[in-house]
Design a protein around this ligand. Structure first.
Ligand code: SF4
Length: 143
């Protein structure tokens, strides 16, 4: 089972990216790679997620790295939608847009239409480095 590292994302507080606790993924890779190197595993993609995997030279462990904020084009292959506990479809974790699936269902709407709208409203990228300010914490979004 690989160990995965992901950059801290400002999903609950906007000030985290500029704080000392934010650690760029390239820096972590440099530090871990100093101990026997990191061998890229380009064909290893469990779950088809956004992580890039490497074999750690010193231990043989498989390590995954997700540069959510510092990797260019991080979002371009994203296929995720989130369904919140209060019935909203959220096309992107890092943008505010939501589609009210629950209201649509209660009004007799077709859930497939809501899903199509959510897919059609997927942004090209998150807004974490722009004007995104979390309006509710990750625990209220899910995922
Ligand atoms: S598009 Fe949104 S949900 Fe998808 S990877 Fe980027 S930030 Fe995450």
């Amino acid at each position: 089972m690989p160990i995965r590292f992901i950059e801290l994302m400002p999903v609950s507080r906007a000030d985290l990216v500029a704080s000392p606790v934010f650690y760029p993924i390239e820096e972590l890779m440099r530090e871990l790679g100093a101990d026997g190197g990191l061998e890229p595993l380009p064909d290893y993609r469990p779950g088809h997620g956004p992580a890039r995997y490497y074999r750690h030279g010193a231990t043989g462990a498989k390590l995954g790295f997700i540069g959510a904020l510092t990797t260019p084009h991080f979002c371009e292959s994203c296929n995720k939608l989130r369904l919140t506990a209060d019935g909203k479809l959220r096309p992107c974790l890092g943008r505010h847009g939501e589609i009210d699936l629950l209201a649509s269902l209660r009004a007799g709407g077709d859930p497939a239409r809501a899903l199509e709208a959510a897919v059609a409203n997927k942004p090209e990228s998150h807004g974490f480095l722009e004007s995104y300010l979390p309006e509710r914490p990750m625990t209220a979004i899910g995922g």
